[in-house]
Design a protein around this ligand. Structure first.
Ligand code: NAP
Length: 244
């Protein structure tokens, strides 16, 4: 197993959108980036694009909703690198059959939770032994403002009318993972934080968001590269703390 002086970072769902840009920006700081993707061709193409920009980029097969795939990815990282310095739980989906609580299709809600929450939990569990081997690992859960209980209950919030029970509940659950894991790891150098990228034009929303993808990547990247005196157990966007 090689002893690496460079940091190693895994970004799930990194073949496109915010995840791809997060990988690029982290890679530009000299980190070896592992672009997690469930589609081999898309993942290899993304890694080749970033390698072409001079970054140390590698595709790694990982479908976060498939436990065997997650376990295999952890085993591959262990044998290749022996540790993991950065984990960005970015992979996420929406579903057109999601919607307001009275009418959202339950199968859609289940699909979303399986990827956005259970997927991130499974990846975190599988990668934690490798993260513990790094001197000061960072875990970033890519959440959403839609997962904020406070925002959902704030009648004056501009997004209060957007009610997607599956998607919002998946991100609220992901935020719970952030808080609980940050507590459990508080005596270690590992920091765990939730990032809200902000409403960003990607395939997820038919490119309707007002922010560019680099703008959306900014907060997850900042949290992935936090210095030793940075916070843990927080939820923030590029303007600051988001209320839980
Ligand atoms: P996107 O362009 O649709 O990218 C989503 C990525 O997740 C794709 O690479 C997709 O892979 C991957 N993915 C989905 N299911 C997966 C699975 N089971 N295993 C592995 N990868 C999987 O959307 P995005 O906007 O960049 O979203 C990235 C993250 O930001 C998501 O967690 C999303 O909820 C969050 N977010 C986005 C916004 C926004 O306005 N865009 C706002 C707040 C939060 P495929 O190409 O194979 O589908």
């Amino acid at each position: 197993m090689p002893r690496l002086s460079k940091k190693v970072g895994l970004i799930t769902g990194a073949n496109k959108g915010i995840g791809f840009e997060v990988a690029r920006q982290i890679g530009r700081t000299g980190v070896i980036i592992l672009l997690g993707a469930r589609n081999k061709r898309a993942g290899e193409k993304a890694a080749a694009a970033l390698s072409g920009e001079g970054l140390a980029a590698h595709f790694i097969a990982i479908d976060v909703a498939d436990r065997d795939s997650v376990v295999a990815a952890a085993a591959a990282i262990k044998s290749e690198f022996g540790r993991l310095d950065i984990l960005v739980n970015n992979a996420g989906i929406g579903d057109s059959a999601d919607g307001a609580a009275p009418t959202a299709r339950l199968d859609a809600v289940e699909r979303i939770l399986r990827t956005n929450f259970l997927g991130a939990l499974a990846v975190t569990q599988a990668m934690l032994p490798l993260l513990r081997k790094a001197p000061s690992a960072r875990i970033v859960n890519v959440s959403s403002g839609l997962g904020s209980l406070a925002q959902n209950g704030d009648l004056d919030h501009p997004a209060v009318a957007t009610k997607l029970i599956g998607y919002s509940a998946s991100k609220a659950a992901l935020n719970m993972l952030t808080v609980q894991l940050a507590y459990l790891l508080r005596k270690t150098a590992i920091k765990v934080n939730s990032a809200d990228p902000g409403y960003t034009a990607t395939d997820l929303n038919g490119h309707s968001g007002p922010q560019t993808i680099p703008e959306g990547a900014a907060e997850p990247v900042r949290l992935a590269l936090l210095p030793g005196d940075g916070p843990t157990g927080t939820y923030s966007d590029s303007r600051g703390i988001v209320p839980w």
